[in-house]
Design a protein around this ligand. Structure first.
Ligand SMILES: [Cu+2]
Length: 306
């Protein structure tokens, strides 16, 4: 089990362990008795089968009532835990979660957006989640919480973190080619550090165009399909390191010089020029961008070079 970082993690583990060890016990009991009886009552020469016993009421009531009691206990543990998870505290901080192929974005009450979920320690946080394309599922193993994120409606989740640190966040609903890359983290901070982070992000500290572009790149989910590192690893879309200023081979056999206008066109109309080695029509959706964001994005792409 991953470490327990939310208020109901230990309850979930307790329920899991209870069911697990109960199953181990009965599995062993049944297998051992089956083997023992098969040997003890095997057919032997000269021994006639005795069919005089048809049933034993006391025994049958016993082996019906005991398992019934056990499953009622399991239901009770599971249902009360479920009710806790689905009863949303009124005083929780609400963070909006936007899922898309293949990235997560988190939006705070003051408008700050982040690709990492920051939450304060010991405070209740409610997530309001939506998807702009297909079914995704938000999962934080360390919090023992999981909830589908469905296009066309909001779904909700709440938790209270009890441990500071960084914990993985996964998409656990197969959502296409980049699914396994739909990862981020949740950062649990002391309340004061969290407030400081939120304020600093909200104040829009002076970022350079390249830094702003990098932020847009992450927030708009570009990183889910395009790598920007020197190793030029290929994900769903073309790697972007060292593209600017060079010829790009296209699917139609031609070449194009990657200048600012090529970058702009490819961002706004992904189908205009498909890069060699990628499918047509393009898997990229058109991402709404303000002119300033587009400009910053192009500055960032230009900076990806030696
Ligand atoms: Cu997904």
């Amino acid at each position: 089990m991953p470490e327990r970082a939310s208020s109901y993690a230990s309850e979930v583990d307790w329920a899991f362990n209870f069911v697990y060890w109960l199953s181990v016990f009965f599995f062993a009991l049944i297998v051992i008795l089956t083997v023992v009886f098969a040997i003890k009552y095997r057919r032997r020469p000269g021994v006639e089968p005795d069919n005089s016993i048809t049933h034993n009421t006391k025994l049958e009531v016993f082996w019906s009532v005991v398992p019934l009691g056990l499953v009622v206990v399991i239901f009770w543990i599971g249902f009360s835990g479920f009710v806790d998870m689905r009863t949303f505290p009124k005083d929780a901080m609400v963070v909006k979660v936007h899922a898309k192929m293949w990235s997560w974005t988190f939006e705070y009450p003051n408008g700050v957006e982040s690709t990492v979920l920051h939450v304060p320690l010991g405070k209740k946080v409610k997530l309001r989640m939506d998807s702009e394309d297909v079914l995704h599922s938000f999962w934080v193993p360390a919090f023992r919480v999981k909830q589908d994120v469905v296009p066309g409606r909001y779904t909700y989740l709440w938790f209270e973190a009890i441990k500071t640190g960084t914990f993985p966040v996964l998409c656990t609903e197969y959502c296409g080619a980049g699914h396994s890359n739909m990862l981020t983290t949740v950062e649990v901070q002391e309340p004061a550090a969290f407030e400081a982070w939120l304020e600093e992000e909200g104040s829009g500290k002076n970022l350079s165009p390249v830094e702003r572009g990098k932020k847009v790149f992450n927030l708009k989910g570009c990183a889910g399909c395009h790598t920007t590192s020197k190793d030029k690893k290929k994900l769903v879309g073309p790697p972007l390191y060292g593209v600017f200023g060079h010829d790009v081979p296209l699917l139609n056999g031609k070449k194009v010089l990657a200048d600012e206008n090529y970058l702009r066109e490819s961002i706004l109309d992904p189908n205009a020029k498909i890069v060699k080695g990628f499918t047509s029509p393009s898997l990229m959706s058109v991402i709404p961008l303000k002119d300033k964001e587009l400009d910053a994005l192009i500055e960032y792409l230009k900076s990806l070079k030696d």
